[in-house]
Write a protein that binds this ligand. Structure first.
Ligand code: HEM
Length: 420
């Protein structure tokens, strides 16, 4: 790797983005990533990264990568070609490399087909009454806290809890385990950051052990006590795929159950808390939406566009190629910046204006073969929550802006204080 990248004859110092990346990770950048994305985009559509590879800032170029068959996710084979880099030998990183999001065809195609459309209309119809009752219970609790103290933390009282109650109930996980699952998910995620420190990787390794212990135990218990539920269905399917290899079936079931659970938690929590933050920070906006519930889905999509719960995702070039006029060598990584793409003014004019009726485009759920499997569920949770909240708490307002965990890949809101 050299310290410079050459783009259309212009030499760009690969370290030029370092101050921006540092800012993105700081409190200031977490509160305002929008200006960081603008500054990155001002450097170019395809911007050299300090460690080799590129950040991609434009909507069209990001879309092309996500949908293109010539861009692959960094799998074990890619990591092994980087044998000198200890980063890829780390156990917490390797644990995630076995999951769906880090598999390429044909393994990825096989596993996606086996899962099918997890949240089709029929499944969502069955889940809806239960999610509604979770929303009611959580908002009851919010109301109690507001009456007792005058203000409450929406993120920890409701935003973080609805996703684990939803997925936990769907998978038949007893509620007493939810706090532990949330806890190891928040700690495991360090290994999925761009440049985790050694101590962060240590925290992640410990969380990975707890995560493995929990989900292998869950699968073993369900195997012993089958029911009429989704996990029992997966056990039957994968046992039939590996009739003579129980260990292979168990590994598969662990990877699947663990990944689908943790993929649904912080992402949806950020969407839910952001939805309340963006809608209620302007009383006129909240009031308008309460009187126009037919636009709740539009509001949710504008929240997803405006502030995506995942900041970036990576792919590598399967062959030598050219991206937005920039030659990219085989095996080079590109980091798709979802937020920068969503705020590309060529795709969404006046991108920093939050406009419920914009009908804009966004890449927040990714695209192509890896397009998020949980979009319909996340949207339904947000719809049921926002509708009931606007009805029951018409004057709810944030006391201050959210606070965030200092991360570059997975956004996490740690607090949003509200009052009414
Ligand atoms: C607002 C909430 C969510 C956001 C923003 C989100 C975002 C994403 C993104 C960006 C990807 C990667 C797409 C790509 O690489 O092109 C992804 C993949 C995935 N998501 Fe979500 N997600 C959310 C909720 C959920 C939920 C609720 C579930 C499951 C219950 C889920 C399950 C998955 C799975 C299994 C994948 C891997 C798909 C694959 O690689 O084939 N997600 N999600």
């Amino acid at each position: 790797m050299t310290a410079v990248g050459v783009i259309r004859g212009t030499t760009i110092d690969r370290r030029a983005v370092m101050p921006l990346l540092r800012r993105l990770r700081s409190d200031e950048g977490q509160a305002d990533p929008f200006s960081v994305w603008d500054e990155l985009r001002a450097l170019g559509e395809v911007v050299p990264a300090p460690w080799g590879g590129y950040f991609v800032t434009g909507f069209e170029a990001c879309d092309q990568i996500l949908r293109g068959r010539d861009w692959l996710v960094p799998d074990f084979a890619w990591q092994e070609r980087r044998s000198g880099m200890t980063r890829w030998q780390d156990p917490a990183t390797r644990e995630m490399t076995r999951t769906l999001s880090r598999l390429n065809p044909p393994t990825h195609t096989f596993q996606r087909r086996a899962l099918g459309n997890l949240f089709d209309r029929g499944t969502l119809d069955v889940m809806q009454p239960q999610i509604t009752s979770h929303v009611t219970g959580l908002l009851d609790r919010l109301g109690l806290l507001l009456r007792a103290h005058g203000e409450a933390d929406f993120a920890t009282t409701v935003g973080d809890r609805l996703p684990i109650q939803t997925v936990g109930h769907w998978l038949g996980i007893p509620a007493e385990h939810y706090p532990h699952i949330l806890d190891f998910t928040h700690r495991q995620v360090h290994a999925q950051e761009l440049s985790p420190t050694r101590s962060e990787l240590g925290i992640s390794a410990q969380a990975t052990l707890e995560m493995r212990d929990f989900f292998t135990g869950l699968v073993a218990h369900r195997r012993a006590h089958p029911g009429d539920d989704v996990l029992t269905g997966w056990i039957r399917y994968w046992d039939a795929q590996y009739p003579d290899d129980r260990a292979a079936a168990d590994q598969m079931l662990y990877d699947l159950t663990m990944f689908i659970t943790i993929a649904s938690l912080e992402t949806t929590a950020t969407l839910l808390t952001n939805a309340v933050w963006f809608v209620t920070q302007d009383p006129a906006r909240a009031d308008w939406l309460r009187r126009h519930p037919e636009h709740v889905d539009d509001a949710i999509d504008e929240v997803l566009r405006y502030d995506p719960p995942i900041h970036l995702n990576s792919r590598f070039a399967a062959e030598d190629t050219v991206l937005a006029g920039v030659p990219i060598a085989k095996d080079t990584t590109v980091h798709v910046l979802y937020g920068a793409a969503n705020h590309d003014p060529r795709r969404n004019p006046n991108p920093h204006v939050f406009d419920i009726r914009r009908k804009g485009g966004h890449l927040t759920f990714g695209g192509g073969a890896h397009y998020c499997l949980g979009t319909a569920l996340a949207r339904m949770e947000a719809r049921l929550l926002l509708t009931q909240l606007l009805d029951r708490f018409p004057t709810l307002r944030p006391v201050a802006g959210p606070t965030y965990a200092n991360r570059m890949v997975f956004r996490r809101i740690t607090s949003l204080r509200v009052t009414r």
